[in-house]
Design a protein around this ligand. Structure first.
Ligand SMILES: [Mg+2]
Length: 211
C-alpha cells in the first residue's frame, strides 16, 4: 500500500471497535484502579456507534470520515475520554479534509493534529500520564518514517510499537489530570487507561491489511 483510502479507514474503524470491545475488561480494570471504572463501557459504546455510523457514511473523503467519527463519538460517549478522542478525530479530519487517499506523510499530519487537539482540549502535555504519552512517541516515529521514506506498513508498525512502549512508560508517571490525579504519587506503578486506548487505536492501523 502507498496510501490509505476512505474504505480502508472504514475497515480500520471496525478494527478499532473490535480491539476496544475485546479489551473492555482490561480497560475497566485500569480505569477502576485510577478512576471510576467506566472507561470500558464508554469506549465500547462510542466505538460501536462510530463503526455503525461509518458503515452508512458513503463519502470517501478521509477527512470527512474522521470528522464524522468525532461527531458520533462526542454524541455517544459523553465522558472525559470520549470528549478528548472526539476532539482528536475532528482535528485530525480537518487536517486531511479533501483527501480521498492519504500517504504516510498525510497520516503523520493527521495524527499530529489528533494529539494537538487532545493536548489543547485537555491541557495535557507529554509526561502527564495521559493518552498523549502513548501517541506522542508514535507521531515522532511517523515523522522519522516519512523522512526515511518507509512504506506505510513499516511506518504504522513503528508507530504502534512506540505507542505500546509509551503506554508502558505511563506506569512510572504521576497523574496530573482528572480522577487519576486524585491518587497523586499512588498513581505510580499503574498504567494510564487512556494510554491503553491509544495503543488499541494504533494497533488497528498497524494490523490493517487491504483485502
Ligand atoms: Mg472513567
Amino acid at each position: 500500500m502507498i496510501s490509505l483510502n476512505g474504505n480502508d479507514f472504514r475497515t480500520i474503524f471496525s478494527g478499532i471497535r473490535d480491539n476496544i470491545v475485546n479489551s473492555r475488561d482490561m480497560l475497566t480494570g485500569l480505569d477502576s484502579a485510577l478512576g471510576d471504572g467506566d472507561l470500558g463501557i464508554t469506549m465500547c459504546r462510542g466505538f460501536e456507534e462510530v463503526q455503525k455510523a461509518l458503515e452508512d457514511f458513503e463519502d470517501n473523503d478521509v477527512g470527512k470520515i474522521l470528522v464524522k467519527a468525532g461527531m458520533v463519538m462526542a454524541q455517544t460517549s459523553p465522558s472525559t475520554m470520549g470528549t478528548l478522542i472526539a476532539t482528536g478525530f475532528m482535528k485530525a479530519g480537518k487536517a486531511v479534509t479533501g483527501k480521498n487517499e492519504i500517504t504516510l506523510a498525510g497520516f503523520h499530519a493527521m495524527m499530529e493534529a489528533f494529539i494537538e487537539g487532545i493536548m489543547v482540549r485537555g491541557h495535557a502535555k507529554p509526561g502527564d500520564k495521559t493518552i498523549i504519552d502513548a501517541l506522542y512517541p508514535a507521531v515522532e516515529e511517523l515523522l522519522k518514517a516519512v523522512k526515511e521514506e518507509k512504506s506505510i506498513e513499516d511506518g504504522l508498525s513503528a508507530a504502534y510499537e512506540a505507542t505500546a512502549i509509551g503506554a508502558e512508560t505511563t506506569k512510572g508517571m504521576i497523574a496530573k489530570h482528572g480522577r487519576p490525579s486524585y491518587y497523586g504519587e499512588k498513581s505510580i506503578g499503574k498504567e494510564d487507561p487512556g494510554a491503553a486506548v491509544g495503543v488499541l487505536i494504533m494497533k488497528a492501523f498497524a494490523e490493517y491489511k487491504r483485502m
